[in-house]
Structure formats: C-alpha cells, structure tokens
Design a protein around this ligand. Sequence first.
Ligand SMILES: NC(=O)c1ccc[n+]([C@@H]2O[C@H](COP(=O)([O-])OP(=O)(O)OC[C@H]3O[C@@H](n4cnc5c(N)ncnc54)[C@H](O)[C@@H]3O)[C@@H](O)[C@H]2O)c1
Length: 439
Amino acid sequence: MPATDNVRIAPAEGKLGVLIPGMGAVTSTFIAGLEAIKAGWAKPIGSLTQMATIRLGKRTEGRSPRIKDFVPLAGLNDLVIGGWDIFDDNVYEAALKAGVLERPLLEKVKEPLSAIRPMKAVFNQDYVRRLDGPNVKKGGTNMDKARLLIEDIENFRKSSSASRLVMIWCGSTEVFHRSSDVHSTLEKFERGLESDHPEIAPSQIYAYAALKSGVPFANGAPNLTTDVPALLDLARDRQVPICGKDFKTGQTFMKTLISPGLKARMLGLTGWFSTNILGNRDGEVLDDPGSFKTKEETKLSALEYILQPDLYPDLYKHFDHVVRINYYPPRGDAKEGWDNIDIFGWLGYPMQIKIDFLCRDSILAAPLVLDLVLFLDLAQRAGMKGIQEWLSFYFKGPMTAPGLYPEHDIFIQLMKLKNTLRWMRGEELITHLGLEYYD
Ligand SMILES: NC(=O)c1ccc[n+]([C@@H]2O[C@H](COP(=O)([O-])OP(=O)(O)OC[C@H]3O[C@@H](n4cnc5c(N)ncnc54)[C@H](O)[C@@H]3O)[C@@H](O)[C@H]2O)c1
C-alpha cells in the first residue's frame, strides 16, 4: 500500500530563486558547477540530494529510490541565481579571482556566469575588517538598508519570474559577537535597525530582510546571524524555515567522522591539535582575530558534544583541543588541514593518529549549497518553520532549539535527515533494530 504523506507538500512548480549574500569562492564554484552539471559535463559529486539513495521499508524489500525521486525537489534547470557582494565583479570574474576552477571549464560557462552581477551589498567594515569594496548601499539607517534589501528581493522575484525564493549566506565570516539585549525581541531589533545599533551585523540585516519577505534562510558562515530570539521569533511568525551554521567541510568534517568512531570503541583522547594553511580570501578574512574567534567557536564545539566528557570522564575529561588557521597565500583555495590526535587504549597505552587532508574548500562546500537550497525550499513547501535541525548534517555549529544540545555526530545527523524525509512521506522510520529478520 502506498504511504500517505504526514505533511502536505506543495509541488515544486515554477522557478526557484536562490539569493546569495557573498559571491566569492564558494558561490562562484557552486554556480559554475551547476552550469556544468546542467550541460552534462559533470556529475553532482558531493550532493546528497542528487546522488544519494534512501532505503525504504525492510532490507528485504529492495526499495532504495534516489532522494531526488523520493521527495519533490526543485529541478536544477529551475534554479535562478542572484546575490550581493561588496565587489562588483560578475560571477565569471569572481570565479577567475577565486582561482578554484581551471580556466577551460570557466570559459565553457562564461556566458551564464557573466550574466550574474552582484547587487549592492549592505556592509560594515567593523564586522569584516580585512575587506573593503565599492559595491555597497550608502546613506540612511540600517532599517533603510533592510528596506532596500527587501526591494532587491522583490525586484529579483519579478525579474527572474521565480515562484519561490531561498537565501543562503555565503559571505565572509563576521567578527565575533554575542546575542545581546538588542537581539532579544523583534521590537528591540527593529528599533536597533532604526538607530544603527552597533551590535546588529550586516548578515542579520540580510536575514531580517529575507524573513520579512517570507524567504527561508541558511547560514553558511559561523556568524551569529539568526541565532538570536528576535530573528528566531520572526522566522516562526512568518512560517519560514531557517538553518545554520557554518558549512561542515574540511577539518571539522574529518573530526565528526573520526571522533564518533573513537567513542564507539571507548578509546580515550588526550589531545587533538588541528592546524590549517589556506590562502584564499576567506583565509585572509580569518587572519583577523575577530573573525577567527567566530570560526574558532564552531570549530571547537564539535568534539565536546560528540565525546560527552561528562558521561565519559575516564576517556575525555581533560583533552586539549587546539585549532589554528594560518593565512598562507601560495595555497589559494587548496587548503591543507593537519590533525595530530593523541589517543589512548587498553591499560592507558598512548597512540597517535595523523591526518593530512589536502582538500579544496570550495569544492567541498559547493554541493552543500545545492543541497541546502533544495532542502530549505522543500521544508518551506512542507510548511516546516523555524530551525530545521534535520539539516544539522551540513553544519559545523548546528542550530537547535534553546536549551537543546546540538547533535554533531555525522552518522546520527544523516539518520536524522533521512528519517525526516521518510516521516514527511509517511514511510516507516528506520530504527536499525532488525529483530524481525530472525523471527
Ligand atoms: N569553503 C568552505 O569550505 C567553507 C566552510 C565553512 C564555511 N565557509 C564560509 O563560507 C563563507 C564564504 O567562503 P568563501 O571561501 O566563498 O569566501 P570568499 O571570501 O571567497 O567570499 C565571501 C564573499 O563575501 C563578500 N562579503 C563580505 N561581506 C559581505 C556583505 N556584508 N554583503 C555581501 N557580500 C559580502 C566578500 O566580498 C566575498 O566576495 C565564509 O564565511 C566562510 O568562512 C566556507
């Protein structure tokens, strides 16, 4: 008997507009890849929505459709993209500067990439000290700027003929700041926008504009952004899904693969030293201690949550965890992430694990942008609002309901994501109990 959906999911009809604040390395790599995939020159490698299957029912049933055939996602040909940046380079020029992709591929996608030129950004150098650019909205209060962003969103909606929109922050990492009184209610936040309150960051102005416009918002950077009561309330009031934060790509991705394994085997940890060298613009921004602090917070938190030192004091109570990012221009986007992991086993005997991940940041991040855009749109059409914890899979610092600790273990995150999709479509959740096979 076919399953009945637990939620009503509106069909993915018409175009899906993708609005991106920050059109640098990640964004240009995402868009170039999308064009290459649409043209049939590349496969969507790294994208769960495009490549992964989902098992339904019992193992004996042999039902494993692709995720994209199981839930109604927007098609790649229906995506239309716009965005903002403080530099006015079109996406082709931005891709050339980012230096992630090779010239022959970029020449092949030059036309569609050159056609996307960033709108004027809302920017405040207090939040990204290492950058300054000419393509910014000038004059007026932050509330005036929020209104201009709302206008940009509506103009894009019309000019692109999009029937639905999503916004995903791929802008720089902002300086560390905490939720404060001005973020505590929507009313105070709006007064803060009027008075240019210094604790309101540009990413929060974009998020406010998106949520006010009923547009789902994902945060690819570790910025505070929507992690404040005023914007969480706004998302729920407007029935808009949100998720974040900080794409889980290179080193933290490795951490969330290795540490659940160590814990599964009850092996102890005395220390985890992580260092990175990277030379792209992101690396330059993170060279500023204020922006690095924001990144450090999300990078450090994963291990604590996965290893649960309070539950396992003999194994994890006093481990040292150090994370460094070194800006080293010759490397460009081809980052190198080293990990030295000091562990101990039976009778406390020490052992070491060394990882040297020669990764490419934007190559790892681009498919996550695609998946997040498609899943957020699905969530919106399914009437799911507020924090989408099932999308934790994609983030270094998953957003959760206040008072709830985040789930960092990538395998639990994947199970949660797939069970959410099964739940949406009224399929049985998979518990991996499996006793029935032996009855
Ligand atoms: N690549 C990865 O693996 C990865 C992983 C996790 C998080 N991130 C985060 O994603 C973001 C993008 O990374 P990237 O490598 O593309 O960086 P990038 O520096 O190449 O691009 C960021 C762009 O944002 C623009 N920008 C900054 N402030 C802006 C504003 N207020 N409005 C509009 N544009 C603004 C910058 O001009 C720049 O072009 C960074 O915050 C990074 O930390 C990346």
